[in-house]
Design a protein. Structure first.
Ligand SMILES: [Zn+2]
Length: 235
């Protein structure tokens, strides 16, 4: 991004970044809070994920342990559900909630849920977009005196940045739907009691807000680019 302060930065980017910081803080504190609440079933995150997949007829997804904090994810290309240290062997309401959410992604994959397919297809495009967009825009600025080439590079850079914005937008239904599936499955499974599922909902909605905040940050930066360079091209 362009690290100088103008009105678009103050009006668009800073509020989005504050939202992102707030959301990150909220998910960490909520996860911590419900990590201290032991589930009465005493199941670990990994056991809960296995049970939930079996209840949904899924037997070809393996479960692995991954290092890091809240690094849990489902890998559709390898059919692997990776759970972090604080989820895999932990028996808390928070751990089971996160494990159930990741299982939600495995269920989406097994059922051919279209937004997940789209998201998977978008991953390399979004990576390309976030890697190349800023260098292209900077090069475009350098070339802007010979304006056709400069403008083309800037436009292409903004378009590539747009791909990463679209990716964060497609991620939203995928994440919300995985959490919805997680709560519904847990309710039917007998793994958690109703009052424990209340805790799961709090953890998962805090996690969902971090995705909303990421989309807000991406959109704010995208709009800023359009405002800065949209005005510039009319000169
Ligand atoms: Zn997810």
């Amino acid at each position: 991004m362009f690290y100088y302060i103008d009105w678009t930065y103050i009006v668009l980017v800073i509020p989005a970044m504050i939202l992102a910081l707030y959301a990150q803080n909220k998910v960490n504190s909520t996860f911590k809070k419900y990590s201290r609440v032991a589930s009465r079933s005493g199941m670990t995150g990994a056991q809960a994920a296995r049970r939930l997949m079996e209840l949904n007829g899924i037997y070809d997804v393996s479960i692995e342990r991954v290092s890091g904090n809240l690094t849990d994810h489902y890998d559709p290309s390898k059919k692997v559900l990776r759970l972090s240290d604080s989820v895999y062997s932990d028996t808390s309401v928070a751990a089971i909630g996160v494990a159930a959410h990741e299982t939600g992604h495995a269920i989406q994959h097994a059922r051919g849920y279209v937004p997940l397919t789209l998201r998977t297809v978008m991953v390399p495009l979004a990576n390309l977009g976030s890697t190349l967009s800023m260098p292209l825009i900077f090069l475009g600025i350098l070339f802007s005196f010979s304006s056709v080439m400069g403008n083309t590079m800037i436009n292409l850079g903004i378009l590539l940045f747009g791909l990463s914005v679209v990716f964060t937008i497609i991620t939203l239904p995928v994440e919300f739907n995985a959490s919805r599936r997680a709560v519904a499955c847990l309710g039917d499974s007998g793994i958690l009691y109703d009052d424990e599922i209340g805790g799961v909902k709090k953890v998962l909605s805090a996690a969902a807000m971090t995705y909303v905040a990421s989309t807000a940050v991406a959109l704010a930066n995208f709009l800023r680019l359009i405002i800065i360079f949209g005005g510039r091209r009319r000169d």
